[in-house]
Structures are given as C-alpha cells and as structure tokens.
Design a protein around this ligand. Structure first.
Ligand code: F6P
Length: 349
C-alpha cells in the first residue's frame, strides 16, 4: 500500500493521540503516506464546505508534541448514519478518490462496526481499541482504560479523605454504561467497601445493610463505587421505597440520579451518604505511560498489517503480546464481570 487513512471515533480516550502518532510515523517509515480524517467517519464522508476541515495529509511534524496529550487532535464523533450501506459505500468511494488503500480506525465497538463494514466493502481496515471502558472481549486492555482508572483512583483517594473526616459514606459514580470494568478496578485499587455495576443485579436495601454493618464495625468512611450503567441493574422497587420515606418524596421515578440513590441509602442505613459523579474528568488528561506504550505498539502493528496487505483485523494485547483477531470478533463486547475481582473486593473490604 502507498496510502492509508486514520481516524478516531466514538468517545475519546487518553492515548488516542499516541496511537495516531504511531500510525503516522510507522506509515512514513514504511513509505506509506497517511491521511488523517477528522471527526470519525464524518470526515470520510467529506461533507464540510472546506475539505481541509474533513481531512489532511499527515507529516511527521503533524504528530509532534502529541504523544503525551489527552483527547484526540483529529477530534471524534459518533456517526449513526454510518449504519446505512449506501453511506458506507459513499465512504469507500471517497477514500478511493483520495488514493487511500487501507484504513486504521481507532475507537470502541461502534467504531469497529464501521471498520468491519468498510472492510467488507473492499477497503482493508484495521481496528485499534481506544475506549476508557475496556469493554472489548478480545483484548486484555483498551487504550485509555489505564489512564481513566488512575484518574478515578486519585479522585476516590481525595473523596476518602473528606469522607473519613466527616464519618460519612460516599458513593462515587464512574463511567461505564454497559461495562463495570472501571468501577471494579477502581474499587479494588482504592479499597472501596462496595461496587455496583451494570452486569450484576443489586438493591438499595442490601447496600444500606452493608453500610450499617460497616458503621457497626467501626469504619470511619464507606466508599461505594457506582458504574453509571448500574442504574439499569437496580432491583429495588423504588416507588414503594420512596412511598415509605417522607425524605424520599422528591426522588424521580423516571430518571434516578446518583444523588437520589445516595439519598435512598442514607434513608435506609440512617447514615449520612453523599454522591460524587466523576464524569468526563475520567476521559480527559495526559495518558499514563502504559497507555502511551500500548497505543504506540498497537498503532505500529496496525500499519504493519496494512503494509502486508492484511485487512479486517482488530489489534489488541493478550499477556503482553500484541495480537490480531478478525474484526468481527474484535467488536464483541465483554459479557459479565470478573467474579474473582469482585470476590477479592468483598474479601478485602
Ligand atoms: O467512552 C465510553 C463512555 O465513556 C461510556 O462509559 C459512557 O457511557 C459514554 O462514553 C458517554 O459518552 P458521551 O457522553 O460522550 O456520549
């Protein structure tokens, strides 16, 4: 191949810039020119008034001073239209018109679905896993997970200090709509007492009992890590519970917030409980050395595969070895939680 393209799509993840840099520099090293497409698949569809706003030819200097920066300088977006075959065909046509012979798509399972589609339509494409959620089954780690985890841990450490001082319970909401990996790893790393995740049903009653039990055992603070998607695995009859407690009458039954869950725990445990939502703090920030190294290795491997005319693969890491699997397999989300880690949290709390 003489020319390839690179894009980042879906939620940004720290380390995406390091991955783009690796693709560009490894490409140039292999005499392959690289076009960077902006805003994910939207850039490939080239609908901006100024095409410079959709893509540009990368040079070694385009990726200078990027390896340590969070976010993605190519920007990112979700592109629901890309589910349509006619849109995918248009994308392949556009890529061919620019002389692009292969693509590297950096993102999560939605990005990989688009990459799979491009590949099926004859554009060799490699998926590079970039998502803080770490929810792809085929790889031990995704780019961005380690940074998000370390950021969450630093925040929880701070929350623990104030919770200790006030002898409160704290519920800390971390990201993870469908996957509890950030929550489980944060809980273990921070010595949290409890973790609530989308994969495992849980109830306010059980959690409140655990808080009461912790207080009885003389715990100064109780830290509960709550994955944002765990609201879906809540089994409590919230309507009934709120009807029984005057202080819960303002709880919305349509959209329960973290603060409202903390209020319910407080009402049942009779122990002051506060909520903190970490939100996008976890997605920003300079990538850890682990994520920079992972991104560099995966970006380089993606280029090697395209150089050898191999497409339709997702690159990942298993037991510290760089691997590649069919992209169809790569886009599958991890099912279920790591029970061994959950058991360890329970043992150590
Ligand atoms: O990047 C993945 C993720 O962080 C999920 O955990 C989260 O639910 C989602 O992105 C939210 O993304 P956005 O708010 O950008 O749509």
């Amino acid at each position: 191949m003489k020319r390839i393209g690179v894009l980042t799509s879906g939620g940004d993840a720290p380390g995406m810039n390091a991955a783009i840099r690796a693709v560009v520099r490894a490409g140039l090293k292999n005499d392959i020119s690289v076009i960077g497409f902006k805003r994910g698949y939207n850039g490939v569809l080239m609908r901006s008034a100024d095409q410079g706003d959709d893509f540009s030819l990368m040079t070694a200097r385009s990726v200078s001073d990027k390896v340590h920066r969070g976010g993605t300088f190519l920007m990112t977006a979700r592109c629901s239209e890309f589910l349509k075959e006619e849109v995918q065909r248009k994308a392949v046509e556009n890529l061919r018109s620019l002389g692009v012979e292969g693509m590297v798509c950096i993102g999560g399972n939605g990005t990989f679905a688009g990459a799979d589609a491009l590949n099926r339509l004859g554009m060799p494409t490699i998926g590079v896993p970039g998502t803080i959620d770490n929810d792809l089954m085929y790889t031990d780690s995704t780019i961005g997970f380690d940074t998000a985890l370390n950021t969450a841990c630093e925040c929880v450490n701070r929350i623990r200090e104030t919770s200790d001082s006030h002898e409160r319970a704290s519920m800390v909401t971390v990201m993870g709509r469908d996957c509890g990996d950030i929550a489980v790893h944060t809980a273990l790393a921070c010595g949290a007492e409890l973790v609530m995740i989308p994969e495992i049903p849980w109830s306010v009653e059980e959690v409140a009992d655990r808080v009461k039990w912790g207080v009885m055992r003389g715990k100064n603070s109780m830290i509960m890590i709550f994955a944002e998607g765990a609201v879906e695995s809540l089994t409590t009859d919230v309507e009934k519970l709120c009807a029984q407690h005057e202080c819960l009458r303002d709880v919305s039954l349509r959209h329960i917030t973290s603060s409202q869950i903390a209020m319910m725990i407080e009402a049942l445990a009779q122990h002051e409980t506060r909520a903190t939502v970490l939100g996008y703090i976890q997605r920003g920030g300079s990538p850890t050395s682990f994520d920079r190294i992972l991104a560099s290795r995966l970006g380089n491997r993606a280029v090697e595969l395209l150089r050898d005319d191999v497409g339709g693969r997702a690159v990942g890491i298993r037991d510290n070895h760089i691997v590649d699997v069919p992209i169809e397999e790569g886009k599958q989300s991890r099912k279920g939680a790591d029970q061994a880690l959950l058991d360890l949290i329970a043992t150590l709390s």
